[in-house]
Design a protein around this ligand. Structure first.
Ligand code: HEC
Length: 497
């Protein structure tokens, strides 16, 4: 039975006036029964999709845990949900690019859930029968083996975003296989996203530890994050990174992690932050291991394609002209070397741009269809919001994942809105101490530069288990042309940036 209207009107008082004409009619013939109520229908949806951030002390600017909160903001809620802006998740399924598989932990509302929010508003925000509201889904990692925490915290100041790095030590004296990772912010109000990289080369480990110590914050906003491996990109509310035990991230003996945190000063509660990283190791020797390759950031022809904003005959260049509302760049690269690896699968996609970006997609063009892999395949497609970066992991078994072989061509396309109508342009100028006028933007590392990069998490065959787990272990070396994040910086220098 639906809850009675008597209780509803106690909570709202406006119900009769707000009833839609298609409202169901109750048993007694004239009492309209609301099609959705707060306790029975709406609160469970908001708990599942919104309350992890929209709660007291959460990163969102207002709470959605109480009936009154939701009534007050209800029009705004449906507007943001219908526009695909809330919950934040920028993957898109569009006519020219829809991946073959869905994404793990996709937080978007179903069509039925969206409809429930609409009819709840149309029928006058009925309260329903009071009952406990379920807690938002837990984001805790199960079976944590080790937690890494900075030795010194960081306190945000001012009004500008800050990029702070910490070297963290998993303490491994021999190769270990990571199958889970979760970032746990200390101060939810200021931690906007975190990038975890692994530093595996001894010389780089020695240099970064000598310069930065272990667990000490340093400002890494203007330089590349150390590390040759992006393990995960985290944003608030994200479920932990988890892999099946047959696929694991190699954490080499002596390897260190670098955690880069994007802090967004909250203005009101800039309490010191100690953000921890939980790790889960597996004792099973995996069949596949996780590896990373980045594509994009091409600064010249032939890989960089001409763009419509270039004068005919002008050299092809990565340049986003000021005041261009929808500037595109497209780049492609044929893979001519995979370091001898075969059977490589794409496990995850982590798009990367800077503030001004609005859209990014990645496609693969194979010489011909290969097994279940079509000749043309969309690997990832989405709007871009700098604040909501994440690693998208396919929701599919490893063996069905998109395959990459030598001879395949990757194509990355990006778009930018470089006008003041884009609030991120204003933020970029503010954060760089520039007057509020758009500037021409080129490829590079700085906040005033842009990027167009897809970092693919690959599943590659793991080596056979050695007799001694402490036997030396080296990562495969991919073709230098496959841009690993650590080599991105040197490429910019060659382009004169
Ligand atoms: C991952 C954290 C997170 C989740 C989950 C989330 N939000 Fe938000 N929401 C935010 C943040 C942070 C903002 C502030 C603006 C921004 O950063 O985009 C915001 C802003 C909003 C706004 C706009 C406020 C304004 O002034 O424009 C609305 C409305 C909103 N959220 C509703 C929702 C609803 C409804 C859900 C669930 C269906 C949801 N949000 C899920 C973090 C979240």
């Amino acid at each position: 039975m639906r809850p009675s209207l008597v209780l509803v009107t106690v909570g709202v008082g406006l119900l009769a006036a707000a009833c839609g004409t298609d409202t169901a009619v109750g048993d007694d013939g004239d009492q309209p029964v609301p099609r959705a109520t707060w306790f029975q229908d709406v609160a469970p949806i908001l708990s599942k999709h919104c309350m992890s951030c929209h709660q007291a002390g959460g990163i969102a600017p207002f709470s959605l845990t109480a009936y009154e909160d939701a009534v007050e903001t209800s029009e705004m809620i449906t507007k943001k949900v219908d526009a695909g802006e809330m919950p934040p998740f920028d993957a898109r399924e569009e006519a020219d690019c829809t991946p073959r598989f869905g994404w793990q932990d996709d937080p978007r509302l179903t069509a039925a859930e969206k409809e429930t929010l609409h009819v709840w508003i149309e029928d006058g925000h009925a309260l329903g029968t009071e009952t406990a509201i379920a807690k938002p889904p837990s984001t805790a990692l199960d079976g944590v083996s080790k937690t890494m925490t900075p030795t010194q915290g960081f306190t945000t100041t001012g009004t500008k975003d800050q990029f702070i790095c910490y070297v963290l030590d998993p303490g491994n004296t021999q190769l270990a296989w990571l199958t889970g990772l979760q970032v746990r912010p200390g101060n939810d109000l200021v931690v906007h996203h975190a990038v975890i990289t692994e530093v595996t080369k001894q010389a780089e480990i020695d240099a970064v530890v000598a310069a930065r110590g272990i667990g000490q914050p340093w400002d890494c906003g203007t330089s590349a994050t150390p590390g040759d491996f992006v393990v995960n990109v985290w944003t608030p509310g994200n479920q932990p990174m988890r892999t099946p035990t047959e696929l694991a991230v190699p954490v080499l003996a002596g390897a260190k992690f670098v955690m880069q945190i994007h802090y967004h000063p909250a203005g009101q509660n800039n309490d010191i932050d100690f953000t921890s990283v939980d790790l889960k190791f597996s004792s099973v020797w995996p069949r596949k291991m996780y590896f990373v390759a980045a594509f994009g950031n091409e600064f010249a022809a032939p890989n960089l394609q001409p763009s419509p904003d270039e004068a005919p005959g002008a050299p092809v260049a990565f340049m986003i002209p000021k005041n261009s509302a929808d500037h595109p760049e497209t780049m492609s690269r044929t893979i001519d070397n995979l370091g001898g690896l075969t059977g490589v699968k794409v496990f995850s996609v982590n798009p990367h741009m800077h503030l001004v970006g609005t859209h990014i997609s990645g496609k693969i063009v194979r010489p011909a269809a290969r097994g279940t892999n079509p000749a043309n395949e969309c690997l990832g497609n989405g709007g871009w919001n700098f604040d909501w970066q994440r690693t998208y992991i396919y929701d599919a078994p490893i063996d069905s994942l998109p395959s990459i072989e030598v001879g395949d061509k990757l194509e990355i396309s990006c778009r930018w809105n470089n006008t003041l109508a884009n609030p991120f342009v204003q933020r970029m100028l503010h954060d760089s101490n520039l007057p509020p006028q758009p500037i021409d933007i080129t490829l590079g590392e700085q906040t005033t530069n842009e990027m167009c990069l897809e970092i693919f998490g690959l599943a590659v065959d793991a080596p056979p288990q050695p007799a001694m787990i402490s036997a030396p272990f080296t990562l495969p070396s991919l073709d230098a042309q496959m841009l690993r994040p650590s080599s991105v910086a040197s490429r910019f220098r060659t382009s004169g940036n």
